[in-house]
Write a protein that binds this ligand. Structure first.
Ligand code: ZN
Ligand code: ZN
Ligand code: FE
Length: 744
């Protein structure tokens, strides 16, 4: 007999880890205890050496899906304590309180089996869950995590559920949201006027959906609008009612096979689609078409993640449209009364329930790149899992950007990034943002010692940060937008720099009065310099050019010396440019995409930012060609004029639009490589980080990193936070902390 002392660091609390260890120890007949500590769990077990070793080897292999083991130390001693059984010891309160909150996780295999088992007491019960699955973050009001501090407080457990809850052998041991049809929440179906209809709510909802109706369905973090995906006229009705004319809809597919019927799936995509986090995965369409769902080459697909979804889809629907219920630019609706009020006339009926959503949380959205998530939106299923950063850090808040707002709070080596929040220019979104900052601070017991924000004077997040710093008398650290993108990608990859940052996005405040966005920066967390950029583009009418992209096209053509007669109202733009009134200069890569898409006749009036770029990518056909370009000046400017001239001549000689689109992107890849190579030669730095919203272009992401590696450089891209502005807060935090250390 020997005694093993095992320390496990990582995310092992609140994820069913202790019951898992209890069970595993039981299978080897080991005696001892487990307890939570400030950094993970600690266990001491006695048994034969061989059994102890096999037990230890099985821990990382069989750990609950939500656990993340970062480090595991095992020591053996002959000194025995002669434990009599196995116990879960109470952790000492008061130190680092159990800070980790699990995200909401999809229904597990075991619960799904019970849901479908006619003999199970939870057969067909829409709120079945256990320690390994179900709602968490979205129902938690406060910590420590127990039922009284969740939406489940309103549902006292029945004796049968209570027995399971206290039985360590049971899968529902300490499962706070545990419930059944006798004691738990209830589902109901209401018609368009909010009148409750009798009968089976799921059955009724399915009939209505089958008949082509649009139903509001309450999920985990908010309400969806659901309808058939195979009825273009229903989809068009939904677009009209939601005033979402062109943005793609997300789909919920019954299973992987149903997703495969519509899309091409790699093994990695299949795995992430099926992961317990259940993000919406952007998958390539199997064939062109389905334009009522998405006008580009991808479909956003997720699998069912709640028992309600499984019951609703059943065998009837291979795929349903499942789009967030919100009105143009406002946050997702998550309360019953608001849904009935605001979705009147949009939803034909409602499938709601009486378990409150405490915290709204949109679906997450990602591509799969190099076998890992490449996030566009990190939200449900991921939040509030912390992002581990390399160094241990103090408490701070970073306020993020504006349109894709998200904030970060740090504590020790953990960074807690908020869910997707939305556009802060909208008042309701701003309120939600402020409310979430308060909620996160309380939940994770964080009091920021300083606050970081963007340099942009007009961002609502900047105003919030400045106001709070003045009130709380704590330092405010403003961070340049693209430096924050660069730092975010560094932190995402655990780099400390120095690096070359190729940062391509739409708009960011440069601090020199210019709008930046096609940047090549060199630096680390503390400092950076601007090695390169793109030739500034004058934008007639400023921000209006972001949607009316023919304005940018006019500018590009005019600068390149091409004929501008094709542009409607060109004379007006010409006059604006001549007078230089309201024509800010932008070196945004997004603007170059906008202009190119308009010149190619792909899109000249956009209903959302970046639409031109998305459609240009979708239009691309096979072509290896590329256009000429030049560099000049300091910072090294990419002169796109030769490229524009060559594009126009290709177009005018009738070359297929898709091939010109490919050549345009090939040219940008060439340019990015040439610029990085120059920067690498000058600085000796070989690490290239890629960040910014323009890198949400998979044509470029599937090619540029490989090309950089062929040049002997190392390309790094995001996998934990988004390359778009949602990921900025992490970079702000890292920069502010690095600067703070300097000050002492
Ligand atoms: Zn379960
Ligand atoms: Zn019960
Ligand atoms: Fe940006």
């Amino acid at each position: 007999m020997e005694r093993a002392l095992i320390e496990i660091h990582g995310i092992v609390q609140g994820v069913g880890f202790r019951p898992f260890i209890h069970k595993l120890a039981g299978s080897y007949e080991l005696r001892g205890f487990i307890k939570n500590t400030s950094s993970g769990v600690e266990l001491e077990l006695e048994g034969e050496r061989e059994a102890l070793e096999r037990f230890a080897a099985e821990i990382p292999e069989k750990a609950p899906s939500l656990a993340l083991i970062e480090k595991m130390d095992v020591r053996y001693t002959a000194e025995l304590k002669n434990f009599s059984g196995f116990e879960i010891r109470k952790s000492r309160a008061g130190n680092f309180r159990d800070t980790l909150v699990s995200p909401d996780i999809c229904i597990c295999e075991d619960c799904l089996r019970e849901l479908r088992d006619k003999k199970d007491r939870r057969y067909g019960y829409p709120f079945i869950n256990c320690t390994n699955c179900g709602p968490r973050f979205t129902i938690i009001k406060d910590l420590p995590y127990d039922r009284a501090k969740t939406s489940m407080a309103a549902f006292p457990m029945c004796p049968a559920c209570d027995r399971e809850y206290h039985d360590i052998e049971n899968r529902r041991y300490h499962a706070q949201p545990d419930c059944c049809g006798d004691c738990g929440p209830e589902l109901f179906f209401l018609d368009g006027d909010g009148k409750k209809l009798p009968g089976d709510p799921i059955g009724t909802a399915r009939e209505w959906i089958k008949a082509g109706k649009i139903i509001a369905v309450k999920g985990l973090g908010g309400i969806h609008l659901a309808c058939r995906a195979d009825m273009p006229e229903t989809a068009m009705t939904l677009r009209r009612r939601k005033q979402r004319d062109e943005k793609p809809f997300a789909l919920m597919c019954r299973d992987t096979a149903a997703a495969k019927a519509l899309c091409l799936l790699s093994g990695a995509e299949e795995k992430i689609l099926n992961s317990p986090r259940r993000p919406i995965v952007l998958l390539k369409k199997r064939r062109p078409g389905l334009s009522h769902l998405s006008e580009n080459g991808y479909l956003g697909v997720m699998l069912p993640y709640t028992p309600v979804h499984y019951l609703l889809m059943g065998e009837d629907f291979p795929a349903l449209i499942m789009t967030s219920a919100n009105l143009s630019e406002r946050p997702i609706i998550y309360k019953n009364d608001r849904a009935l009020e605001e979705l009147r006339g949009i939803a034909d009926a409602f499938l709601l329930h009486d378990r409150d959503i405490q915290t709204r949380c949109d679906d997450s959205l990602c591509w799969v790149l190099d076998g890992k998530e490449y996030p566009a939106r990190r939200s449900r299923g991921y939040v509030p899992f912390p992002i581990k950063v390399r160094e241990s850090r103090g408490m701070a808040l970073a306020c993020g950007a504006e349109q894709k707002a998200s904030f970060c709070l740090s504590k020790e080596s953990y960074v807690f990034q908020s869910q997707h929040i939305g556009d802060l220019k909208n008042l309701e979104t701003l309120e939600s943002y402020e409310g979430q900052i308060r909620h996160f601070q309380r939940l994770f017991d964080i009091k920021p010692a300083f606050i970081a924000c963007d340099l942009h004077p007009d961002y609502m997040s900047t105003a919030y940060a400045a106001e709070r710093c003045a009130r709380e008398k704590i330092p405010l650290i403003q961070v340049q937008h693209h430096h924050a993108h660069m730092a975010s990608c560094m932190a995402d990859n655990g780099l400390t720099g120095p690096v070359i940052g190729l940062i391509w996005d739409g708009t960011g405040y440069g601090g020199d009065g210019e709008i930046w966005g096609g940047e090549c920066l060199v630096g680390d967390y503390k400092r950076f310099w601007r090695f390169g950029s793109i030739r500034p583009i004058p934008l007639p009418g400023g921000d209006r050019a972001i949607k009316e992209t023919d304005r940018t096209a006019f500018s590009l053509l005019r600068e390149a010396g091409c004929d501008t007669a094709e542009i409607e109202k060109g004379e007006i733009y010409a006059a604006m440019l001549r007078s230089e009134l309201n024509c800010p200069l932008s070196s945004g890569m997004g603007r170059l995409f906008d202009g190119a898409a308009a010149i190619l006749g792909i899109k000249s009036r956009c209903s959302y930012e970046g639409q031109g770029a998305v459609l240009l990518e979708a239009a691309a056909a096979e072509d290896e060609g590329a256009y000429p370009f030049a560099f000049y000046g300091e910072p090294l400017r990419f002169d796109w004029r030769p490229m524009i001239r060559a594009m126009v001549s290709d177009r005018d000689r009738g070359l297929e639009t898709g091939r010109i689109a490919a050549r345009f992107m090939n040219s940008l890849i060439d340019m990015g490589c040439a610029m990085c190579e120059k920067a690498a030669r000058e600085t000796g730095i070989k690490d290239i980080v890629l960040s910014g919203g323009s890198f949400q272009n998979m044509y470029i992401m599937e090619r540029l990193p490989t090309r950089l590696e062929q040049l002997g450089l190392k390309a790094w891209h995001h996998s934990r936070v988004s390359p778009n502005d949602e990921g900025i807060a992490l970079g702000q935090l890292m920069i502010a902390q690095a600067r703070g250390k300097d000050r002492g």
